[in-house]
Write a protein that binds this ligand. Structure first.
Ligand code: SF4
Length: 316
């Protein structure tokens, strides 16, 4: 359920700055800064933004341009994230913002993930207001989703602290490209980590996401599970000719089974032609079912087939 009137519920704070100093960065010579929020570790010159487009060097300090500025707010069933083994049947207050630290050619939400901070179209929603709206809409939790939550880290951290005080569960729906320092800061206030693993070779990740080294994605997911005891579920959108081969799929499935555990759910979701991959066909159902077999052969107990309505493996 979209919340069409969220702008009327949000109140722009008179005089409040639309920017917030970033938590993770280093000051360098010549008023440059290095952002350490995600493994890009962007070096950013004065008046420039990092790869995500929403962290700006202003006068030798790094600022988030999107603190409290959602692009999308909705109430979703938790299964839509998808999270199938975490508070099933509950409603989750879902928020997204602008920008992303990956550039996936198949992004379903490219209108927001590839936008810069479009503050003109987004009123300010304070963390207190966000938690209040979650309660008002009778949600049991709050999720940062639709685009990469890491890039409005400061906001999600402040919201997560309040959410835990209010008795709400908290969810990151993430591409997993986050530094350990940032993960360890928010982890005490985060209950679930729904992570995309898009492939299992550097070539695939570079082609699909523009990220060269995907090992930090795996390392952060392992850390979320083992060090911080978060609930973890993994999603792979299977794209014909890109990541539908056994090397990619077996690599992901074996990694989940060996490093996360055989009880961790793996959602394989069907691709439909989109954005830079409009020329590709939808994923064959046979390929989806083959991926499910690969998952089970690796030892996974729970492999779900997504974006195939009515498929017997489409629900828990
Ligand atoms: S969060 Fe943005 S600015 Fe910071 S390192 Fe990642 S891509 Fe670069």
């Amino acid at each position: 359920m979209l919340i069409p009137d969220f702008n009327t519920k949000a109140r722009r704070h008179e005089g409040e700055e639309n920017i917030k100093e970033a938590l993770f960065y280093k000051q360098l010579e010549g008023d440059k800064v290095q952002c350490t929020l995600c493994p890009w570790n962007c070096h950013i010159a004065p008046d420039k933004v990092g790869f995500c487009g929403v962290r700006k060097n202003i006068g030798g300090k790094l600022y988030s341009l999107i603190y409290g500025h959602p692009s999308s707010v909705a109430v979703d069933p938790i299964e839509k994230k998808p999270l199938f083994h975490f508070h099933p049947g509950t409603k989750v207050f879902s928020m997204g913002t602008w920008g992303c630290n990956m550039r996936c050619g198949h992004c379903q939400n490219w209108q927001i993930s590839r936008a810069t901070a479009d503050l003109a179209n987004s009123d300010y929603v304070s963390p207190e207001q966000a938690i209040g709206m979650a309660k008002e809409y009778d949600c049991q939790g709050i999720a940062w989703t639709y685009n990469e939550p890491t890039i409005w880290f400061e906001y999600t951290l402040d919201c997560a602290k309040l959410a835990k005080q209010a008795g709400l569960y908290t969810v990151y729906v993430t591409n997993g490209y986050i530094s350990f320092e940032a993960l360890d800061t928010i982890a005490p206030f985060l209950d679930a980590y729904r992570v995309d693993v898009k492939g299992f070779t550097e070539e695939l990740y570079l082609k699909l996401t523009k990220v060269r080294d995907f090992k930090p994605v795996l390392a952060a997911a392992e850390r979320a599970l083992k060090k911080w005891k978060m609930h973890v579920e993994v999603v792979t959108n299977i794209i014909p000719t890109l990541n539908d081969d056994d090397v990619q799929l077996s690599g992901i499935a074996k990694w989940i089974a060996e490093k996360l555990g055989q009880d961790i759910p793996w959602h394989v979701t069907r691709f439909f032609p989109h954005l830079e991959y409009k020329h590709l066909p939808p994923t064959d159902i046979e390929v989806m079912e083959h991926a499910k077999q690969i998952g089970h052969a690796a030892g996974l107990k729970y492999v779900y087939v997504g974006n195939v309505p009515g498929h017997p493996a489409s629900h828990a």
